[in-house]
Ligand binder design. Structure first.
Ligand code: ZN
Length: 140
C-alpha cells in the first residue's frame, strides 16, 4: 500500500459541512461528485498529499444513511492507495480478509475502489483505491 490516499467522513449535510471544512483546512472544496453506485454525494479537500472526503447519503438512502443513523456523523473510512487493486484484493482475500465486492468498483475522484469488511480491521472500514489512468493526462 502506497499511502493514505484519503480519509472519509460521514456527514448529514454537505451544505453545512463543506464551509466548516473549508475554514478548518483553509482550502476550498475542489470537487463535488455523486457516486450513484454507492448512493453518496462526495466532496473533496486537499490536505498536502492526502485528501479529506466528506460523504452525504444520496436521496436519503443506502448504506451511508444507515451508518449515520446507527453511529452519527464521523469517521467513516480510511482509503489506501495501491498500485494494482486486483492483486491487492487477491493478496488480502488469500490472507483471510473479507472483501465487500468481488470486483473493483468505480468510485469517486477517478478511482477504482474496493472496501474491506471492518470485522478484520479493528472496526475501521478500509478502502483500497487505484487511480484510473487516462492517456495524455498527468497526475496532479
Ligand atoms: Zn473514500
Amino acid at each position: 500500500m502506497l499511502k493514505v490516499e484519503h480519509i472519509g467522513i460521514a456527514v448529514t449535510s454537505l451544505a453545512r459541512s463543506i464551509p466548516l471544512f473549508e475554514t478548518l483546512l483553509n482550502t476550498p472544496c475542489y470537487k463535488k461528485e455523486e457516486v450513484a453506485g454507492e448512493n453518496v454525494t462526495t466532496a473533496f479537500f486537499k490536505t498536502g498529499d492526502t485528501k479529506i472526503e466528506l460523504l452525504e447519503a444520496l436521496d436519503g438512502h443506502g448504506v451511508l444513511k444507515k451508518f449515520i443513523e446507527k453511529r452519527g456523523e464521523g469517521l467513516h473510512h480510511i482509503a489506501f492507495e495501491v498500485a494494482d487493486i486486483e492483486s491487492e484484493m487477491t493478496r488480502l482475500k488469500n490472507a483471510g480478509y473479507t472483501l465487500l465486492s468481488e470486483q473493483p468498483k468505480r468510485g469517486a475522484d477517478n478511482k477504482l475502489i474496493c472496501f474491506l469488511h471492518p470485522g478484520n480491521t479493528a472496526g475501521v472500514l478500509v478502502e483500497l483505491c487505484q487511480e484510473i489512468k487516462s492517456p495524455g493526462q498527468d497526475r496532479g
